[in-house]
Ligand binder design. Structure first.
Ligand SMILES: N[C@@H](CCC(=O)N[C@@H](CS)C(=O)NCC(=O)O)C(=O)O
Length: 347
């Protein structure tokens, strides 16, 4: 059942509003959840938490909030409380242009699981259950554990894909610095001793997915929205090609074990290894930059106007190039595509 309900409504008890307010009461009674009443006051420039109960932390400047609105929301909250409903009130200012984003932002801040919109003109309410991404299960009901290292580009690309899909997982850190990935326990999960690995646990027993491209394809199949690939086969091939420049041609040759082999088996010093990495990053990024520059229909991302598989692969590689102290000024489009993409998730 719903526990945290955001109710965006005009609480002024006018004839038009009254039926929406009544329905809101019923929702509070039926769900037994806490109602966060967001009184939308279009004329105000500021907002204020007037009941203080939930400590919503809204900006102060209460003097500017009109008394009528304050009274309306306070009396509605009192009315709800008298019915035994836990309720908190807040006045928020918004215009026709930003009202939707103000409400959704509040829903996010409060981690609300149900959004109720009071429509004075429709004499009722609209309800929208909000999908909460706090499950560590996929759509097939499998519990998921992600074996990952924070500085690993392949783990990072998978985390970005999981986050874009809104799929949560239990995080299992595998520290490459202390060679935990070479430990027999981890090799029992991923016989190559590489991260990432995604362990699924469900009715069909325990299955381990390895290799980030395979896991991301699985994710795209099991959680098709938001899509990481465009609709047409040619566009998909283009996006896959951009991803492959990173996934097949830059990352593998600069991987830790390759650098370790260069260092130990081929006596490479730090400067040589830096040159080695720079060679393949330069090569791959020059190609990506040319491909991005040739695409006249591109928005802020590698392809089109939303993140795709290409961004999922490119963002960690841009991060890695930064770590290698590469001058990203040579690839403004590639670097910007990385920045335009979602922020790298926390380690
Ligand atoms: N093709 C694999 C590559 C995985 C991989 O190389 N992971 C790196 C971290 S980014 C790793 O575990 N390296 C350990 C090592 O090289 O010793 C994938 O995409 O999953």
């Amino acid at each position: 059942m719903y526990k945290r309900i955001l109710l965006a409504i005009d609480t002024t008890p006018t004839e038009e509003n009254i039926s929406a307010l009544k329905r809101a009461e019923q929702i509070g009674l039926l769900t037994g959840g806490t109602l966060y009443v967001l009184h939308v006051a279009r004329s105000h420039i500021v907002s204020g938490d007037i009941t203080g109960g939930a400590g919503l932390g809204v900006r102060s400047a209460e003097d500017d909030v009109e008394v009528a609105d304050r009274n309306a929301v306070q009396s509605f909250v009192d009315q709800l409380s008298a019915l035994g409903i836990e309720a908190h009130g807040e006045i928020v200012s918004a215009t026709e242009h930003d009202i939707a984003s103000v409400i959704l932002q509040r829903a996010r801040d409060l981690d609300a699981d149900l959004l109720v919109l009071g429509h004075q003109h429709h004499r009722g309410v609209g309800m929208m259950p909000l999908q909460r991404h706090n499950t560590t299960r996929d759509r097939g009901g499998n519990a998921m554990q992600l074996y990952s290292f924070f500085r690993s580009g392949t783990s990072h690309r998978l985390r970005i894909a999981l986050n874009l899909k809104g799929v949560a997982y239990e995080y299992k850190a595998v520290d490459l610095r202390s060679e935990q990935h070479l430990d027999a326990n981890y090799k029992a999960i991923q016989p190559q001793g590489l991260v990432p690995a995604l362990v699924l646990d469900g009715e069909q027993g325990r299955r381990v997915l390895i290799q980030s491209p395979a896991i991301i394809e699985w994710l795209e199949e099991v959680h098709p929205t938001p899509a990481l690939l465009p609709a047409s086969p040619e566009d998909r091939a283009r996006v896959r090609a951009l991803a492959a420049v990173v996934g097949c041609d830059i990352h593998p040759v600069n991987n830790r074990r390759i650098l370790e082999a260069l260092r130990h088996d081929f006596s490479a010093d730090e400067a040589t290894m830096q040159r080695w990495c720079a060679t393949w990053i330069n090569d791959g990024f020059d190609a990506i930059e040319a491909l991005l520059a040739a695409d006249a229909h591109r928005g802020d991302f590698c392809f089109g106007r939303a993140p795709t598989l290409a961004d999922v692969y490119l963002i960690p590689q841009v991060e890695s190039a930064r770590r290698f102290k590469m001058d990203l000024g040579r690839w403004p489009l590639a670097a910007a595509a990385g920045v335009a993409g979602p922020a790298p998730p926390a380690a």
